[in-house]
Design a protein around this ligand. Structure first.
Ligand code: NCD
Length: 335
């Protein structure tokens, strides 16, 4: 299996955004993730692909699943992993983020996985690493309101695997209706998903109150995109015949004003419930990137229903997808 994957041509050094991802790159990620999912469900669960390489997990913002998912992915590839958390680091002593990155570089880090509350930080570190000719590759694990490429790629892998578990691929999404509901304004997950899903040819419908879904989002779809992007400021028309419904957390920590009247009112108008899903396609499935405000954007019983909810599958797919990303940028940049 690894011999097949090693022949894959992958030229992208850093994964910072999905804005310019090509269909070929998406397909490569899907195929590689599918191979790693098999490794994870096998007996050994580990491959030596990144043995001797160092992955630095640099999360300047709180995270549970993304951070653990990258950590496990790196371990399953036999890399050595450095875990950084800002609270007990030298940042509290005034060190800059670039100095932190250079410290990890001096320790031999090959791949830096970076999350930061400000948009653009992974890109700045990538530019500095390139300027130094370091050979270090950067993986954006979520920057401010900008991008979250690994989440959208794991969502793509989850959805295409539901449609064809043996051969997840982009064309399965052609003409599928995917609804993204919730706090789109503050969501880097939505911004990355819009690029991947419309490139795959899906019909993406965004639904939120006007305060959380500005008109500007119309312009996110690229001219050459096969897919469509439609906006809704109420839920029922968006949900009609939907194949997949992706709910988003109300991101209170990123809000600077009162965007909704109350959580109860928000739930009444935009919360996903069993009842509301009745207008969707009979095989509809629900996704959520987590963490979830149970009872706000989605009812608790729906989230735990294995027939309807893909939430656990997203987490499992996440490890395989992140293995694929670390592997692809790891093998294309270095020994
Ligand atoms: C998302 C994030 O951090 O942007 N979560 C995640 O990575 N699993 C979404 C969120 O925080 O609501």
């Amino acid at each position: 299996m690894l011999t097949d994957m090693a022949t894959t041509i992958w030229t992208r050094r850093h994964i910072l955004s999905l804005i310019d991802f090509t269909p070929e790159e998406y397909e490569t990620v899907l195929q590689t993730a599918a191979s790693f999912l098999k490794v994870l469900s096998g007996r050994t669960k580990k491959v030596p692909a990144l043995q001797g390489r160092v992955v630095a997990n640099m999360f300047f913002e709180p995270s549970t699943r993304t951070r653990s998912s990258f950590e496990l992915a790196a371990k399953r590839l036999s890399a050595d992993i450095l875990n950084f958390s800002p609270g007990n680091s030298s940042l509290t002593k005034g060190e800059t983020i670039l100095d932190t990155a250079k410290t990890y570089l001096a320790m031999g880090a090959d791949i830096m996985v970076i999350r930061h509350k400000q948009a653009g930080v992974p890109q700045i570190i990538a530019q500095e690493m390139d300027r130094l000719n370091s050979g270090v590759t950067i993986l954006n694990a979520g920057d401010g309101l900008h991008q979250h490429p690994s989440q959208a790629l794991l969502d793509l892998f989850t959805i295409t695997s539901v449609l064809d578990p043996d051969n997840p691929r982009l064309e399965l999404l052609k003409g599928k209706k995917i609804v993204i509901v919730g706090d789109i304004l503050h969501s880097r997950v939505a911004r990355s998903n819009i690029y991947s899903l419309t490139t795959a040819g899906a019909e993406v419908h965004l639904a939120a109150p006007p305060t959380l879904l500005p008109q500007d989002f119309r312009h996110m779809v690229k001219d050459n995109s096969q897919g469509k992007l439609l906006l809704h400021w109420e839920l029922d028309s968006a949900l009609k015949d939907a194949d997949f419904v992706m709910t988003l957390r109300l991101q209170k920590e990123r809000m600077t004003a009162n965007f909704i009247p109350s959580l109860r009112e928000y739930h009444r108008l935009f919360g996903i419930t069993r009842d509301r899903l009745k207008v969707c396609h009979p095989d509809v499935k629900v996704l959520h990137p987590g963490p979830t405000n149970r009872g706000v954007e989605i009812t608790s019983d729906l989230m735990d229903d294995p027939e309807l909810s893909l939430v656990s599958k997203q987490v499992t797919s996440g490890v395989a997808t992140r293995m694929a990303l670390l592997y692809l940028i790891g093998i294309s940049n270095g020994s």
